[in-house]
Design a protein around this ligand. Structure first.
Ligand code: ADP
Length: 164
């Protein structure tokens, strides 16, 4: 039984993330998507909202489960009895940070391996932060995120406008 964890902020989840989820779910027996609840950041969506959207998006994927987590990834991985951490690599800019994280995690938990999936070409430019930027200026994000996410972002933006 090979269990992988794909951790991230997913604020919001993009087609790039969905691609990594779909591809890695095909390679492991069970995939846990870990939604980081980082109290130091102020995300667009709460961890609960992000979990709910991911549950909706992956509802046809029987071996994928979504959980929020806080604190160290290695502790979460231990709790979930995971064998692998899966991360996506887009460009050279991701590499330095990802290498550092993977090596730190390996020192903390030598049994836990990190594997990288290189991004599919059509999503290599895509990031949660650019999606938020485009949405904030009223741009069309339907090519970047699943419909349910685009709808939730539109609701958020409307609420923000009415407060401002
Ligand atoms: P972080 O975990 O650094 O807060 P994200 O939640 O945006 O970042 O991303 C989670 C993981 O998904 C990271 O490994 C990131 O490199 C990867 N990822 C993000 N966007 C893409 C994409 N377009 N294609 C492939 N992998 C991606």
């Amino acid at each position: 039984m090979l269990r992988g964890i794909y951790p991230g902020s997913f604020d919001p989840v993009t087609f790039g993330h969905v691609d990594v989820i779909t591809r890695s779910a095909g390679k492991v027996d069970e995939l846990i998507v870990g939604v980081l609840n980082n109290k130091a950041k102020s995300p667009l969506f709460s961890a609960e909202e992000r979990v709910r959207m991911l549950e909706e998006i992956t509802k046809e994927m029987p071996n994928v489960r979504i959980f929020p987590f806080e604190g160290l990834l290695v502790d979460f991985a231990r709790k979930m009895k995971a064998d692998l951490v899966i991360r996506g690599l887009r460009a050279i800019t991701d590499f330095e940070y990802e290498l550092q994280m993977a090596q730190t995690n390996h020192k903390l938990e030598p049994e836990l391996e990190t594997v990288f999936l290189t991004t599919s070409l059509e999503y290599s430019y895509l990031s949660s932060s650019t999606v938020k930027e485009v949405a904030a200026f009223g741009g069309d994000i339907s090519r970047f995120v699943p419909e349910i996410v685009a709808d939730r972002i539109a609701e958020k933006m409307k609420k923000k406008e009415s407060v401002d």
